[in-house]
Write a protein of this length. Sequence first.
Length: 273
Amino acid sequence: MPRQYPITPLSELPLRNDFMFGQVMREEDICKLFLEALLNVSIQQIQFLDRQKDLADSYAYHGIRLDVYLKDESNTVFNVEIQADRRNDLPRRVRFYQSGIDRNELPKGADYADLSESCIIFVCDFDCFHTGKAVAERVSFLKGTSVPYEDGSHVYFLNSRYTEANASKPILEFLDLIRTNDMGQLYETSLGQRTRERMLEVRSDRELEVSYMTYAQKMRDERRIGYAEGVEDGIEINKKETVITLKGRMEPAEIAELLKIPLERVLDILSQS
């Protein structure tokens, strides 16, 4: 039976959904409130570099789709991403994102010193490092010393499932909204209030619903294709293991008939085993 991927109606979409997250965080006032609360800085102006930026190299196997990609007046580049599903590869994902951002920021022939300061922020609906902390910042030092390794890149991992509230009240309310999806809560901070208001606006936007359904159906199709490919790969591995197990017990033609695969494929597997 094909695996089902139901689409959540726009009217019920939570902040942990990347479509909703993008719609919320691309509001300049909300994004500024978020960055200021997280980084404890004052930001006068931000510029969205693209509403949904794709960074790709002709020699790369993967392009990079950035959810929220922006700069402030000091030319610091920010990438803010929602991570709803538990992943164990986030540090390497950061590394890949950083390389794409850097190549995009540094024109050909420019000096490395011209690279912008960058800040990658992963907002996770799970505890990535099992620390319980609401916010974890990557800090690098030379091994065996207290000498900081400063390359101008900064990384933050936010955890909506925190047990240690080591963040400002606005950030904690933002994370609580991701975790609980509680639209009835009266949030105390400007960030919490504006985020909730924007979510309600998005949920009731009938014109935006068309874009959302197109996006959601595309994501569902990609998941179905990925699942089907995974199933096919699993079947192929099982057949290969079965052929090897039956080697010497049955004739190649009998194995091919039993597994419903071409004799040539059986002979090829046997020759490599």
